[in-house]
Design a protein around this ligand. Structure first.
Ligand SMILES: Cc1cc2nc3c(=O)[nH]c(=O)nc-3n(C[C@H](O)[C@H](O)[C@H](O)COP(=O)(O)OP(=O)(O)OC[C@H]3O[C@@H](n4cnc5c(N)ncnc54)[C@H](O)[C@@H]3O)c2cc1C
Length: 577
């Protein structure tokens, strides 16, 4: 039975702090559930209900006007939903004993109080601005609000910058880097880690590195930002260099514009002050109904800690989808639905020029940290039938539990069809499907869209073979040591044409079509590792040799994964059978 059939209707005064993703979703749902409740949204900024996910594209010009970002304005919300929206209204205090908040109205310069029956904290997160030298210099911007994007646009218009540094290679940093390149700026991206996009593993991120570099972005990786210098000699230049970015072990990088994409921190100041419990990860602590430690106070969005169902640990996951769904759930629960928030898998996606990168669940680093035994497979199928024009390669990685086969995470990079595949895996993870069930999914197929065995089926079949012991694998990062070891014999089973384009040092070439006839060349006293371009033909080679009692393993993902991980240049167009 639908829980909301039993919702106890009633008039409540609901006060919501924060009027964007989580807050406005809660407000709209609350109104639909209760026509006679009073709903007040308090927002310290100038706008509510705006698309902060669209901000980079507003800076780049792909979204042509600010109005397009404003999903709903206060008058819309008042007239359609009868929600009282107060902008420029910052809540500066919560008195949970008297169930009241104190509001500073910066437009009218007044401070006043408002009581509540139910209070929702949807206060979001704030961009991290480390206390580095020069952090307050002009020309340095964070990207969180419409005002931030407008300030960047104003700077670009006024000073016509030609160089930019994006500090931080996370999702927002990469979106901004792409957009600034499209605006004609010369962009350097600096990150303290050796890779961009920390949620995906290094070999997958390296595909994104190539795309960034091919589009003119200079990558400075493994170089933590140490500060921002404004050399006097440049003060009077036009356009002014806003600063030089100082990164560890790197000469100062000149920048007319700097974007700080160094991550976000949950906004917890107000909650802490009110004595609302903060969790172990530094976000507002909520239970599975999204109630805080204080009665009648709820919290949603980037400000809260959520359960990561993969490692069953609390996590900070700042994403728009979860914030919206949490807002809706809280409104339901306020009206008695008693719904449970089951956690956030961290499904995320990003366009980087011609590529899309997406992930869900945990990556290898997180699985190791959580001490979860895992295995993984890589496949590189085309996004749709190879014989149909326009097929593009997908690079896919699936992580699964070594014993149970439970899905633990996935990462996909490709030119097209990535969104569909990551969402199928996210759905499968949510539903608790096994590898075999994922392999057995019936997915839509016609040549322009997929293959009779969809890339998802192939990925899962490959994992199922590992679990069933039908193949023993090695991975890209073991390969160099394996090929150096005299006790091993590495065999490249690709065609001559493929090998001519590059191969793993120390490997012997025996194309798959000749393998059965050239068995005498394969030593019986060594461990054999076979590889091909993507891992498909080496699986066949593995099966042939295994059945002949060779001690053999196959390189998962083949030369494509090895070359990505080893940073060997390999064209994306290299799609082989
Ligand atoms: C540039 C950018 C791009 C993004 N792209 C994506 C994307 O592509 N996909 C994705 O899933 N997520 C994306 N996100 C993340 C997503 O926008 C956030 O996860 C989501 O907005 C969080 O919702 P929220 O309601 O918790 O916080 P927010 O949407 O940030 O809203 C919080 C609001 O609370 C207000 N507030 C805070 N304190 C107070 C106070 N004391 N009084 C009154 N008001 C207060 C703030 O002013 C703010 O407007 C992006 C974020 C940014 C900044």
């Amino acid at each position: 039975m639908n829980a909301l059939n039993n919702v106890a209707r009633g008039s409540k005064k609901i006060v919501i702090i924060g009027g964007v993703a989580g807050g406005m979703s809660a407000a709209a749902r609350a109104r639909r559930l209760s026509e006679d409740s009073r709903i007040i949204v308090l927002e310290r900024g100038a706008h509510v209900s705006y698309a902060n996910c669209g901000l980079p594209y507003f800076v780049g010009g792909e979204i042509g006007s600010k109005n397009k970002l404003l999903v709903a304005t206060p008058p819309d919300l008042e007239s359609k939903l009868n929600i009282e929206v107060r902008v420029h209204s910052e809540v500066i205090d919560i008195d949970t004993a008297s169930t009241a908040v104190t509001i500073k109205d910066s437009q009218n310069n007044i401070v006043y109080g408002e009581t509540y029956d139910e209070l929702i904290l949807a206060v979001g997160a704030s961009p991290i601005k480390p206390g580095l030298q020069g952090i307050d210099l002009p020309g340095l911007f964070t990207v969180r609000s419409v005002e931030d994007a407008e300030s960047i646009n104003k700077w670009i218009e006024e000073f016509k910058p030609s160089t930019a540094v994006v500090a931080g290679g996370g999702f927002i940093g990469l979106e901004m880097a792409e957009q600034l390149v499209q605006k004609g700026l010369k962009v350097t991206l600096v990150d303290g880690k050796e890779q961009v996009l920390a949620p995906i593993d290094r070999e997958m991120a390296s595909l994104v590195h190539s795309e960034l570099q091919e589009n003119g972005i200079k990558l400075v990786l493994g170089a933590s930002i140490e500060g921002f210098l404004a050399p006097d000699s440049l003060k009077n230049q036009s356009p002014p260099k806003s600063c030089f970015v100082k990164a560890a072990n790197h000469e100062p990088i000149p920048a007319d514009l700097v974007i700080l994409g160094l991550g976000v921190r949950p906004e917890t100041g107000l909650a802490r002050k009110a004595g609302i419990a903060i969790g172990e990860r530094g976000g507002i602590k909520v239970n599975d109904k999204l109630q805080t430690s204080v009665d009648h106070v709820w919290a949603v969005g980037d400000a809260i800690e959520v359960l990561n169902p993969v490692n069953e640990k609390m996590a900070l996951i700042a994403l728009g989808g979860p914030a919206n769904r949490q807002g809706r759930l809280v409104a339901d629960n306020i009206f008695g639905a008693n719904k449970t928030y089951k956690g956030t898998l961290g499904t995320a996606i990003l366009r980087v020029f011609g590529l899309t990168a997406a992930c869900v669940g945990l990556n290898e680093t997180a699985l190791k940290e959580a001490q979860i035994p895992y295995q993984m497979v890589y496949v590189h199928p085309n996004d749709h039938a190879s014989y149909f024009p326009g097929a593009e390669r997908l690079d896919m990685k699936l992580l699964f539990h070594s014993e149970s086969g439970k899905l633990l995470g996935a990462q996909i990079v490709g030119a097209q069809g990535v969104d569909k595949r990551i969402d199928v895996i996210a759905t499968a993870m949510k539903a608790g499907l096994t590898i075999d069930e994922l392999a057995d999914l019936e997915l839509a197929y016609a040549p322009p869209y997929g293959s009779a065995k969809d890339p998802i089926n192939l990925l899962a079949m490959s994992a199922a073979n590992v679990l069933a012991g039908l193949i023993e694998q090695v991975h890209w990062n073991d390969m160099n040591a394996i090929s150096r070891d005299k006790n091993n014999c590495v065999i490249d089973v690709r065609t001559k044409k493929e090998r001519d384009r590059g191969y793993i040092d120390g490997s012997t070439h025996i194309p798959i079509s000749e393998l059965r006839d050239r068995l005498s060349e394969i030593p019986t006293d060594k461990e054999i590792v076979v590889y091909c371009q993507s891992g498909q033909r080496s699986y066949l080679a593995y099966r042939i040799l295994k059945q002949l009692q060779y001690k053999v393993r196959s390189l998962s993902g083949g030369y494509l994964t090895w070359s990505a991980g080893s940073k060997v240049k390999e064209s994306r167009s290299s799609v082989f059978a």
